[in-house]
Design a protein around this ligand. Sequence first.
Ligand code: IPM
Ligand code: MG
Length: 357
Amino acid sequence: MFKNIAVIRGDGIGPEIIEQALMVLNRTADLFGHEFKYTEVDMGGCAIDKWGEPLPQAMLEKCTSSDSVLLGAVGGSKWNDVPAELRPEKGLLKLRAGMGVYSNNRPAKIWPQLADASPLKKEIVDKGIDFIIVRELIGGIYFGEHKTVGDTATDLLKYSEAEIERIGKIGFETALKRNKRLCSVEKSNVLDSSRLWKKVMHRLADEYPDVELTDMLVDNCAMQIVKNPAQFDVIVTENMFGDILSDEASMITGSIGMIPSSSLGAGSCGLYEPIHGSAPDIAGKDIANPIGTILSAAMMLRYSFNMLDEADCIERAVEKFLDDGYRTADIMPIDSKDLTVVGCIECGRLITENLTK
Ligand code: IPM
Ligand code: MG
């Protein structure tokens, strides 16, 4: 199959982790007889430096006309003082909205090889951590009006029933393919938008009799994720709650560097990115963990291109890397004699070498 993939290397560690993911994709294409063409897209700080804005329209169009987008990371302190409208993060929000990818899927799953890296107590980890956060991605407070008048600033949090319904359906569909438990997270004891959220979720529940729907307030959910993560199968929530809870969920699995994500809208063209940031402090040092990006590439093959064997092949190669005792610095226990720490490039090389049909 031929696929045109838009590639955003971005800032900080973005370029180095993307390089490894492309190596993995190329080898996978060779093994399975596919052809991937890469279209380079400037976004984030590097686009501000080059074009004066974080995502020029022409760059967005390269993404919307591709078969899918692979993104490293954007941002860095260098651009902290640019006006809010021009910040690197604005490029990312414009990309998500421009692609219409309203559904962001962030898995929180512990790798047995990395169980020691979780900050949670062993007895909690041993009960299992394997859930998915379905985060609404192009609505809510991120996209409401932002304004500052005098000494007062406001950000508008707004959701329509239609916006809640389409993400709610993804939550139910995701649960159907898993253990059929969906937890809808909101703040309905305070917010109108959350009361509407809850109402729509319960209306949808009638269409999915096989899924058990529960409600949870977001503050309680933040607590439950560290107290008893095994209770969760699929969490569905609005944009900002999902942003916060997904960082928390990633941490309990040991390293944010391991977690991929997919964002999809109405069509098959998706946006795939690791959930970590651009980590400028370690950029260019060859110590970043490329696995979150490599696993994002695997998700792209699975969800956008329906290449299931190819995605499995990449995930097996990552597993073998860990089983063979290799670790990047972020997932290396402090005193371990049996493990070998490797850099970003070597990690990519070993995973590529592990790819077999
Ligand atoms: C994320 C990030 C972004 C977000 C930032 C960089 C705008 O934190 O993908 O979780 O808040 O959505
Ligand atoms: Mg975030």
